[in-house]
Ligand binder design. Structure first.
Ligand SMILES: Nc1ncnc2c1ncn2[C@@H]1O[C@H](COP(=O)(O)OP(=O)(O)OP(=O)(O)O)[C@@H](O)[C@H]1O
Ligand SMILES: [Mg+2]
Length: 280
């Protein structure tokens, strides 16, 4: 992997010595195309996430980022290679994985409070406790006062915060996030990033965060993995090396931010072009 190119300074992320949250070795995945020919989607993916690390994945559209998260969550069975989550095969009952998607997927017939509590309900948490915990988490997300509103009565940014609250209230050890803020306008996105980052800096859950937004990846992460166009593999890795807690406005003005942004884009550009022209 190319960690440092063109004089990019690499600052260790401090994950050493911690338990592996996710360990993937030689993961491959193929589908059959319309002519029933094998179509490689993922190729020999190696990836390790340390417990408490915030890692982002960037890569061209269609390179297999969502597919990779689906393997980690256990939604898709492993074809070749190995995937472990906290030392166990994915999908085990103790894995405690939270998954946040680009679209909020709230239940339209339920008000905000019971939408936020749905994971706790599934886990069999008694009504009073789940209601209290969901209220507390909605407050953290700045949504107190909206508990009785229905999803159609609140903004897109608020819906996405309910969706985040629904995941975080279950206290997952590992949070998979697939372009969670991708559908939001620029200002709402910035506010949610700040809110989520301050939650994360307090709780230090392991996060694997997929985004197309390089700035977002730098602002939030300890480490950034760059995937190639399809078949996706990890082609570069960057330690962000910006101290925490972070003030997102200040981080944008650091020379390190620009340096990382330029270097990652240099790596990604040709791959993104290939994917766009359908050559991948
Ligand atoms: N069930 C499926 N049947 C057919 N093709 C699939 C299936 N799942 C994924 N693919 C193909 O696998 C490739 C990877 O898909 P995936 O959704 O993981 O990409 P991605 O990197 O998340 O893309 P994006 O950035 O657009 O979200 C794509 O080319 C997609 O068309
Ligand atoms: Mg995707």
């Amino acid at each position: 992997m190319t960690a440092a190119r063109k004089g990019l300074q690499v600052i260790p992320g401090g994950g050493e010595g911690r338990q592996d949250a996710v360990r993937i070795r030689g993961l491959g995945f193929r589908l059959l195309d319309r002519q029933k020919r094998p179509l490689p989607i993922l190729d020999n993916v190696d990836l390790t996430l340390k417990d408490g690390e915030f890692v982002s994945i960037v890569g061209p559209s269609g390179c297999g980022k969502s597919t990779l998260l689906n393997f980690i969550s256990g939604l898709v069975p492993v074809q070749s290679g190995s995937v472990e989550v906290f030392g166990e095969p994915p999908g085990g009952k103790d894995a405690a994985i939270g998954y946040v998607f680009q679209q909020h997927a709230l239940l339209p017939w339920r008000p905000v409070l019971t939408n936020a509590a749905i994971g706790l309900e599934v886990a069999g948490v008694p009504r009073e406790e789940r209601s209290r915990r969901a209220r507390d988490m909605l407050r953290v997300m700045g949504l107190d006062g909206f508990e009785d509103h229905y999803p159609r009565e609140i903004s897109g940014g608020m819906r996405q915060r309910v969706s985040l609250a629904r995941t975080l209230v279950c206290n997952p050890r590992l949070i998979l996030m697939d372009e969670p803020f991708g559908a939001l306008d620029a200002q709402t996105k910035l506010l949610i990033q700040e809110m989520f980052l301050s939650y994360w800096e307090e709780h230090r859950k392991t996060v694997l965060f997929v985004t197309h937004d390089l700035a977002e990846a730098i602002l939030l992460s300890d480490r950034i993995l760059v995937m190639s166009s399809r078949p996706g593999r990890i082609m570069a890795e960057y330690e962000v090396g910006i101290q925490r807690p972070r003030n997102l406005e200040q981080v944008r003005h650091l020379p390190r931010f620009t340096e990382l942004h330029d270097s990652i884009w240099e790596n990604l550009r040709a791959e993104a072009m290939k994917a766009m022209q359908g050559r991948a």
